[in-house]
Ligand binder design. Structure first.
Ligand code: NOJ
Length: 552
């Protein structure tokens, strides 16, 4: 069932860097590529073998780099192509591959392709984007609402037409129906392949294929609009484009691709990943969106149960059991910090971070660690909307006010869901700006950097960082964790997430207590040998509150 030989990215672990917030080496207040290079020893010491960097291309930074104005260059704010080449070289020397982010559903409205396309109705690139005439009354072609809020259509005076933007109006959607567009994008990917990158994370991929007919949808908001996601995500025929992408870009290269696939369900995974699929792995979001309730309009926490989380992960494990490979993640630059996401306020954040770390790093698949997750970084306590930078949060805040929430209520939601929770500066030291910048940081620094920081945690064998290092080492040395099958146990427990990994008769068992209660263990576990726990005193009969334990 399992191929005996795993690929480099299946037996390793990926670290995600959000460059703007990682490390600033020139005092500008925003992070840069040199900052990543200077921390390669740290990443090597942590034990990862790939680093996915979110976009570092030239960009007006309306969406922090996800609005690209040149696919084959480096943005000045991040450094130079020389800096990038140096990063590649230095990473290579440490056995680390650099993984790029391909943003192919849309580009920046400042990209020369869009400027040309917008200039008239009959230029050579006139149909490189999604242009439509207004409704007879001059209104946008449909009532679709962009993911960042407001109409998904923007009017261009030059063309007297609207263009579609799934995200911000500064991020026009590319027209994948036009082969010239697709091949221009593949060429951009090949540029980075020639530089030797180890793979690609492919952004917002479920939106590239547009529906045959553009029609109004049933409104899901007071203003009569419907989320564009409902109308355009995962359209029939999308996989044809992606098979072409796979053939043209991945080919026989020894790289991995991971698609960001909002809207793909666990039971569809088999079509998307594996030999017959289009990507090596797929980020689907069932396990991180479940606690968020009315996610279509906007997210706010509702009651959720541990069994929901376990079911979501186990379903995806099942779907990729014999076909494809699972990218395990709890955080990225769009999600709240996982300690806040999956635990109640009173939970000890260090123990909670270790509980999640145990699941993340012993699960079947390739773990993706988001910067600062290995330190146990937590959400920031946002006071006013002015402190927030994220374009999506601002749009959702506006929508909340329109929907009748008071500014205080809207801020309560913002505090919980804003993507800036994941984007506050990486906490390197207990010093000024957490050692992130000598200048003025673009986002506030979390006050807890006094204790939650890499320098302090490096010296503390009980820190979250030390726990991550130990677990990553275990993954490297114990093949059961990379090769083994996955079987959930204690499935009905609302307190413990437990599973067995098995390979050639050897087993490793993880039991992670997400609750604040001590939990009695079944006999099947009490006789096993404990190889790791986040508690010093071990009671074989029960797990302490927030205890994570690994057995052999
Ligand atoms: C998903 C990215 O992760 C997010 O940060 C970005 O805003 C959107 N795609 C648009 O590119």
């Amino acid at each position: 069932m399992f191929s005996k030989k795993l690929k480099w990215w299946q037996s390793g672990a990926v670290y995600q860097v959000y460059p703007k917030s990682f490390l600033d080496t020139d005092g500008s207040g925003t992070g840069d590529i040199k900052g990543i290079t200077s921390k390669l020893d740290y990443l090597h010491g942590l034990g990862v073998n790939a680093v996915w960097i979110t976009p570092v291309y030239p960009s007006p930074m309306v969406d922090n780099g996800y609005d690209i104005s040149d696919y084959t260059a480096i943005g000045e704010n991040f450094g130079t192509m020389n800096d990038f080449d140096e990063l590649m070289r230095e990473a290579g020397r440490r056995g680390i591959k650099i993984v790029m982010d391909l943003v192919f559903n849309h580009c920046s409205d400042k990209h020369k392709w869009f400027r040309e396309s917008k200039s008239s109705r009959n230029n050579p690139k006139s149909d490189w984007f999604i242009w439509r005439d207004p409704k007879p009354n001059g209104e946008p072609p449909t009532n679709w609402r962009s993911i960042f809020g407001g109409s998904a259509w923007e009017f261009s005076h030059e063309r007297q037409q609207y263009y579609l933007h799934t995200f911000a109006k500064e991020q026009p959607d590319l027209n994948w129906a036009n082969p010239e567009v697709r091949y221009a994008l593949y060429d951009a990917a090949k540029f980075w392949l020639d530089k030797g990158v180890g793979g690609f994370r492919v952004d917002a991929i479920t939106y590239i294929k547009k529906p045959e007919v553009f029609a109004d949808g049933k409104p899901d908001a007071e203003d009569g609009t419907v989320n564009v996601h409902t109308m355009t995500a995962n359209q029939p025929g999308i996989l044809d484009y992606l098979h072409e992408f796979k053939r043209e870009v991945e080919g026989d290269n020894d790289i991995f691709t991971v698609g960001e696939a909002n809207g793909v369900k666990a039971d569809e995974l088999a079509l998307w990943v594996g030999e017959e699929g289009v990507f090596d792995m797929l980020f689907e979001f069932s396990h991180v969106t479940l606690p968020l309730g009315k996610a279509e309009i906007w997210c706010h926490p509702v009651d959720w149960k541990l069994t929901d989380l376990k079911r979501a992960i186990s379903d995806s494990q099942k779907a990729t059991e014999t076909n494809g490979w699972y990218p395990v993640f709890f955080e990225n630059h769009d999600q709240p910090r996982s300690v806040n996401h999956f635990f109640t306020e009173g939970a000890d954040p260090v123990k909670a971070a270790k509980v999640l770390g145990a699941v993340l790093l012993t699960m079947r698949g390739t773990p993706f660690i988001y910067q600062g997750e290995e330190l146990g970084m937590t959400n920031y306590d946002w006071r006013t909307i002015d402190e927030v930078d994220d374009i999506q949060t601002k749009g959702q805040y506006e929508l909340a006010l329109k929907e009748g929430f008071t500014p205080e209520e809207a801020m309560k939601f913002v505090r919980y869901f804003t993507r800036d929770n994941a984007r506050t500066p990486m906490q390197w030291t207990a010093g000024k700006n957490a050692g992130f910048t000598a200048g003025e940081s673009w986002l506030p620094v979390n006050k807890n950097h006094i204790t939650v920081n890499a320098e302090t945690e490096m010296r503390d064998s009980k820190s979250v960082l030390s726990w991550y290092k130990r677990l990553l080492e275990l993954r490297r040395t114990n093949h059961v964790l990379t090769m083994g099958s996955y079987r959930e146990i204690l499935t009905d427990s609302e307190e413990v997430f437990a599973f067995v990994r098995e390979y050639e008769g050897h087993e490793v068992v993880t039991a992670a207590n997400f609750s604040m209660n001590a939990v009695k263990l079944p006999e099947s576990l009490t006789g096993r040998k404990v190889i790791l726990s986040n508690e010093k005193e071990i009671d074989m009969e029960e797990l302490k509150p927030l205890e994570a334990r690994i057995y052999q």
